[in-house]
Design a protein around this ligand. Structure first.
Ligand SMILES: [Zn+2]
Length: 211
C-alpha cells in the first residue's frame, strides 16, 4: 500500500507547491489501448496542444499494434502497464498476477526501450497481493482522481464536464483510448484539453506529475 499512499501524498504536496508558485499540473491518462482509430486521433489532439499523456496499455493490444506504441513514445507520451489481458487481478493467484504483469512488462520494455515504471490495475481492483507484486517490478500503482466513464459511451458533454469541473492541481483524469463502440473521447478531448490549458493547467505524464 506504500506506493499508493505516496501518490496521494504527492498530489497533496503538488497542490501546496502550486499555491506557492502558481503552476498547476494535470495528468491525462488513457487506458486499454492501443486502438487503431482512437489512439491515433487522441495522439493528434495531444500534439496539436503540445501536450503529453500516459497510456496504460493492454499487452495483447500492444502486441497487435506495436507501431502505435512507438508513435506514442515518439511524441513524448509515457507507457504504463495495464496487464496482459485486462484481467481483474484481485481474482487471481499471486503467480497469475505476476504473469499478467510480467508479460506486459517484457513487451513494453522491448517496444519502449526501457521498462515502464507506472502500473494501473484493470478496474482499479487492487489488494495487498496485487500491490506486493507491482512492488516487485518497482511500479508505482496509479489510480485516478477523476473518472470520465468514457468507456460506457456517455455524451461528449458529460466527458467534458467531468474532466474540467472542480479541477485541482495534481488531478489524474481517467479516459480510455479503446472502445468497441463509438467513443466520445476524441471529440470531448478536442474541447476539454484547450480548456484545461486556458485554465492554467500544464498537461504532463503521470511520472512527471509524481516528480
Ligand atoms: Zn482498463
Amino acid at each position: 500500500m506504500k506506493k499508493l499512499l505516496v501518490l496521494f501524498f504527492v498530489i497533496a504536496l503538488a497542490t501546496t507547491v502550486a499555491n506557492a508558485e502558481g503552476e498547476k499540473y494535470i495528468a491525462l491518462t488513457f487506458d486499454d489501448g492501443p486502438h487503431i482509430k482512437y489512439t491515433l486521433e487522441i495522439l493528434d489532439i495531444l500534439k496539436e496542444n503540445n501536450a503529453t499523456a500516459t497510456f496504460f496499455v493492454i499487452g495483447e493490444n500492444a502486441r497487435d499494434h506495436p507501431e502505435l506504441v512507438k508513435s506514442l513514445v515518439d511524441a513524448g507520451c509515457e507507457i504504463g502497464n495495464h496487464t496482459w489481458s485486462h484481467a481483474f487481478l484481485d481474482k487471481l493467484s499471486e503467480d497469475d498476477i505476476r504473469e499478467e504483469l510480467d508479460k506486459a512488462h517484457t513487451l513494453i520494455t522491448e517496444l519502449v526501450g526501457k521498462p515502464p515504471t507506472v502500473f494501473r490495475a484493470p478496474g482499479g481492483r487492487i489488494n495487498d497481493t496485487v500491490l506486493k507484486v507491482a512492488d516487485e517490478f518497482g511500479y508505482t500503482s496509479v489510480l485516478w482522481s477523476k473518472d470520465t466513464r468514457d468507456w460506457s459511451c456517455p455524451s461528449v458533454d458529460y466527458v467534458i464536464s467531468t474532466a474540467t469541473e472542480n479541477s485541482k492541481n495534481g488531478d489524474i483524469i481517467l479516459f480510455h483510448d479503446y472502445n468497441a463502440k463509438n467513443s466520445p473521447t476524441p471529440e470531448a478531448l478536442r474541447i476539454l484539453l484547450p480548456k484545461l490549458i486556458r485554465d492554467g493547467y500544464t498537461p504532463v505524464t503521470v511520472s512527471e506529475l509524481l516528480k
